[in-house]
Design a protein around this ligand. Structure first.
Ligand SMILES: Cc1cc2nc3c(=O)[nH]c(=O)nc-3n(C[C@H](O)[C@H](O)[C@H](O)COP(=O)(O)O)c2cc1C
Length: 137
């Protein structure tokens, strides 16, 4: 069992969220692949997927936009969307909609955190990771 967490981040904020999601996955005894978007090759046999990007000009960063536009159908796979933002924060909602339209099932509403994630933000990320892991079992 393996969860894939793919992220794109310019200043490390969404990356910190991705790391906390993976920590949550591992705390539930499930493997986690933390993948920076440019290195993403595909889902292979992953049982669940989280995709995150910060918001730039009201949209997710471009590499994540490309990845979600090229994903194969998700056929009921548990999914999550997340990202840091500065003022309007459209990216996680955009990603979540796209994952759902591919047939993914969101384990939680898309998570957006302003600026660098504080303790509550990290906790929310870990909770998502645990839920993804539990949904694999
Ligand atoms: C060129 C540029 C455009 C941005 N556009 C938006 C935007 O439209 N809405 C928003 O909420 N934040 C916007 N931001 C702020 C980033 O989303 C925010 O700094 C975020 O915390 C960066 O996270 P990251 O380190 O994971 O990339 C923008 C930042 C830059 C540099």
């Amino acid at each position: 069992m393996r969860v894939v967490v793919v992220y794109e981040s310019t200043r490390g904020r969404t990356k910190a969220m991705a790391e906390a999601i993976c920590e949550g996955v591992k705390s539930a005894d499930v493997d986690c692949d933390l993948i920076n978007a440019p290195a993403f090759k595909g889902l292979d046999d992953a049982c669940a997927l989280a995709v995150g990007a910060s918001t730039r000009m009201k949209r997710p960063l471009p590499k994540v936009r490309q990845i979600i536009s090229e994903l194969q159908p998700l056929d009921g796979k548990p999914v999550a969307a997340f990202g840091s933002y500065g003022w309007s924060g459209e990216a996680p909602g955009f990603i979540g909609q796209q994952l759902e339209s591919l047939g993914g099932v969101l384990v939680e509403s898309p998570l957006r955190v302003k600026d660098y994630p504080d303790d509550a933000g990290i906790e929310a990320c870990m909770r998502i990771g645990k839920r993804l892991a539990e949904s694999c079992k």
